[in-house]
Design a protein around this ligand. Structure first.
Ligand code: ADP
Length: 303
C-alpha cells in the first residue's frame, strides 16, 4: 500500500474575458468545479495505476468535502482515513483564468490547515503494511515532520514533494526523507540559488544530499529529470509528447514514482515510471482528469 498524507482541495474555476480590478464586478464566461490538492492528486495518480492507495487528510463537513471524498473513491483511493472536520470548510482554491491563460488564485486551506496529531495516529495504524508515504507542503509543517518520523520508525520509505515552494524547511525533515522531488522553482528555494537545467540541478541535488536526504530527484519539466543517489548520478530525458497543460504533471510523477517503488523497481525505473506518468498528464487538460490509468500507462511504456 501507498499512503498519501496531505491536502484535499476543490478548485472553483471561473473563466473571464480579463481579470477584474479591485471593486469591480465583472461578467465571466464559464464556471466549473475540479478536484485538486497536491495530496489528493498524488493519491489518484497512484490508485489509477492499480496500486492500493490510502489517503489520510481532512475535508470539511460541507458538500465539497463529500464530493471530494466520493471523487477519490471513484478513482480507487481508499478514503476511510479522511476525517470530516465539522469546525472548518473544505480546502478551496478560487481561481480566475482569463483568455490569455493568466490567472488569479486564492487558496483557503480550510480543513487542510487543521491536520494534526490525531491524523498522525490514523496514519500510524496504516504504516505496518505500507511501502511508501507521500508528503507535500499543503498541510502544517509540524504534521509533515511528525508523519515523516512515524514512517521512518516503521521503516516505510518517505517521498517528499517540497511543494508549494518553501524556504524554511526544518533541518530534521531532510534527514527523514528517502526521496525528495522538487521541481526547478522548489529546488531553487531549498538551496538558495537558481535551478534551471541539468547543471544547476546537479549542484542542487548535491546540496540536498548534504542536508541528509537519501536520494534527490529534480524535476525539470519538458527537459527531464536529474537524480542523485549515494552511489550514482544520472539524467533521464523527458518523454517526447504533445503537451497541452502541465497542471498536475509533478503530482503524476510522484504517484508514478511511488507506484513503481511499491512494486520493488530500481530507483532508475521508478523515475522512468514517474516521467511517463508526468508526460501523459501533460497531454491532457486539468489536474485529476489528466492522470493516466494503467492501460494507457502500459501502452505508453510499451509493456
Ligand atoms: P511540476 O508540475 O511539479 O512543476 P514538472 O513540470 O517538472 O513538475 O513536471 C514533472 C515531470 O513530468 C517532469 O519531470 C517530466 O518528467 C514530466 N513532464 C512535465 N512536462 C512535460 C512535457 N512537456 N513533456 C514531457 N514530460 C513532461
Amino acid at each position: 500500500t501507498i499512503i498519501v498524507f496531505g491536502s484535499i482541495n476543490i478548485d472553483l474555476v471561473a473563466t473571464v474575458p480579463r481579470l477584474p480590478i479591485a471593486g469591480e464586478t465583472l461578467l465571466g464566461n464559464d464556471f466549473f468545479l475540479s478536484p485538486g490538492g497536491k495530496g489528493a492528486n498524488q493519491a489518484v495518480a497512484s490508485a489509477r495505476l492499480g496500486i492500493s492507495t490510502q489517503m489520510v487528510g481532512r475535508v470539511g463537513a460541507d458538500n465539497f468535502g463529500a464530493e471530494l471524498v466520493k471523487n477519490l473513491q471513484i478513482s480507487g483511493v481508499q478514503t476511510n482515513n479522511i476525517f470530516i472536520d465539522k469546525t472548518v470548510s473544505s480546502g478551496v482554491a478560487v481561481i480566475s483564468v482569463d483568455v490569455k491563460g493568466e490567472n488569479q488564485i486564492i487558496v483557503i486551506p480550510g480543513a487542510n490547515k487543521r491536520v494534526n496529531h490525531e491524523d498522525i495516529e490514523r496514519l500510524s495504524h496504516l504504516l505496518p503494511t505500507a511501502k511508501a508515504l507521500l508528503l507535500q507542503f499543503e498541510i502544517p509543517m509540524s504534521a509533515v515532520v511528525a508523519a515523516a518520523k512515524a514512517a521512518r520508525n516503521a521503516q516505510v520509505k518517505v517521498i517528499l514533494d517540497p511543494a508549494p515552494a518553501q524556504n524554511d524547511v526544518p533541518d530534521e525533515l531532510y534527514r527523514l526523507v528517502d526521496i525528495i522531488t522538487p521541481n526547478e522553482v522548489e529546488a531553487g528555494q531549498l538551496v538558495g540559488f537558481p535551478v534551471d537545467g541539468e547543471e544547476s540541478a546537479a549542484k542542487a541535488a548535491a546540496v540536498l544530499l548534504q542536508k541528509g536526504v537519501k536520494n534527490a530527484i529534480v524535476k525539470l519539466g519538458a527537459k527531464g529529470v536529474f537524480c542523485a543517489t549515494p552511489e550514482e548520478r544520472f539524467f533521464i530525458p523527458a518523454f517526447a509528447v504533445q503537451a497541452v497543460d502541465t497542471v498536475a504533471a509533478g503530482d503524476a510523477f510522484n504517484g508514478g514514482l511511488a507506484a513503481a517503488l511499491s512494486q520493488g523497481h530500481s530507483l532508475r525505473d521508478c523515475v522512468i515510471w514517474g516521467a511517463a506518468a508526468g508526460a501523459l498528464a501533460a497531454t491532457k487538460l486539468g489536474a485529476q482528469p489528466s492522470l493516466p490509468d494503467r492501460v494507457t500507462f502500459d501502452a505508453f511504456l510499451g509493456e
